[in-house]
Design a protein around this ligand. Structure first.
Ligand SMILES: *Cc1c(COP(=O)(O)O)cnc(C)c1O
Length: 396
């Protein structure tokens, strides 16, 4: 909609700039609070940074952390591909006219209807990690091609996605062998090392195991695999700084260079593309003094945009428009009647008035996507800025 400069790239809870304040206040005046301000320029910047860091890898944006039409459209313009996991996500990309050959469906466990919906759209690459799921594709063996997902446990990640999904290399061989008997095409292997993985060695180890497995497949006389999907998990800086993405990807590229030249590589980044692109704006609804602290009740909370505090492990840098030097021990609570709905129990804040605005940074990934309507309280409205590349209008 609007074209404006947003300078939300800062990693700290540093004070908002005058330009930012003007944009936030005019947005609240127009749309009310709470809001999520989505800066499509940051989507572009993050996509380009990862593309440059992984030059030989096709990037399929995983919709899950922020399934928003403006993100899809921005990334489509950038030449990105997409990673889908549900019929709802299929609908969203179809509505934005994403060509189906730019999509893969990576949910390891699907209903027949999910497979049919994806195939009807034209997406024909799917993921399996067990023999039961493989059998579902007997009916679709003409159209569908499969990736076999391997499991690599990672206790350090925000979400260890190899506990719930993925198989051992031994089971992968069984699946590939059975697929050959059933006449189902196996395109390659995939894995997800876990979301917000700080250590690139996790990818390197997984790539090396997959490389060995691909050799084993050939030595067993099974059809050679053509694809390796290295998943998502690329980290962003919340409170702690992480390694810059170019540096992070260096060992990954080295490991990938050991693969046979015939293998094409994809990745499924989610968080890395969107986390930094959204700034939340909530307003103070009321306040009370309890046990020597001031409790501020905001119109957004744990059941809303801050759901990542429960479902994810992110710590979002928070700040306020009011920047008085005098700060007091404060609590930031959400709007529902539930006692767990507290965003921060210990935060030093200036004295706020009702209606004052609290700003959350790095609010793009796994925030609004996991928000609920608990207490019938409306979710924050998401407003997209800078949807057209190169049409930035300077404010002020
Ligand atoms: C969640 C998910 C992603 C995205 O992971 P990030 O950690 O956000 O990059 C990619 N692929 C699959 C299969 C997922 O479930």
């Amino acid at each position: 909609m609007t074209h404006a400069v947003l300078d939300f790239a800062s990693f700290s809870s540093s004070a908002p700039t005058a330009e930012e304040i003007q944009l936030i206040e005019s947005s609240v005046a127009q749309f009310g609070a709470p809001l999520l301000l989505l800066d499509c320029d940051i989507i572009r910047q993050q996509y380009r940074a990862l593309r440059d860091a992984l030059p030989n890898v096709t990037l399929h944006f995983a919709l899950k952390p922020l399934p928003h039409y403006a993100v899809v459209r921005t990334l489509l313009d950038e030449g990105a591909s997409f990673d889908l996991a549900s019929s709802g996500e299929v609908k969203l990309v179809a509505a934005q006219r994403v060509p189906a050959d730019k999509t893969i469906h990576t949910h390891p466990i699907k209903r027949d209807q999910d497979i049919c919906d994806a195939l009807a759209y034209g997406c024909n690459v799917f993921v399996v990690d067990n023999l039961n799921e493989l059998e579902k594709f007997v009916a679709y063996k003409e159209e569908a091609e499969l990736l076999v997902r391997l499991s690599f446990r990672n206790s350090e990640a925000f979400a260890d996605l190899s506990k719930k999904f993925g198989c051992s290399p031994e089971l992968a061989i069984q699946i590939i062998t059975r697929a050959k008997e059933l006449g189902i095409r196996i395109k390659g292997l995939s894995f997800h090392v876990g979301s917000q993985t700080m250590n690139p060695q996790k990818y390197v180890d997984a790539i090396n195991v997959c490389n060995d497995l691909m050799l084993k497949v050939v030595s067993l006389g099974l059809p050679a695999l053509s694809t390796l999907d290295i998943g998502g998990g690329f980290p962003v800086s919340y409170s702690n700084k992480v390694i810059p993405i170019g540096e992070f990807c260096k060992p990954i590229n080295e490991a990938l260079s050991e693969l046979p030249e015939t293998v094409s590589v994809l990745a499924e980044p989610g968080r890395f593309i969107v986390a930094q692109a959204v700034t939340s704006v909530a307003s103070v609804m009321g306040q009370a003094e309890r046990d020597g602290k001031i409790w501020y009740y905001l119109d957004d909370g744990i059941y809303g945009s801050f759901s990542g505090l429960m479902f994810d492990e992110a710590t979002y840098p928070l700040t306020t428009i009011k920047q008085d030097v005098q700060r007091y021990p404060s609590v930031l609570a959400g709007p529902t009647c539930d006692s767990i709905d507290v965003i921060s129990e210990h935060i030093m804040l200036p004295k706020l008035d009702n209606g004052d605005l609290v700003i959350g940074r790095m609010m793009g990934a796994y925030t609004s996507a996991t928000a609920t309507d608990f207490n019938f309280i409306q979710r924050a409205q998401c407003i997209a800025f800078n949807e057209e590349a190169g049409q930035k209008v300077q404010l002020g």
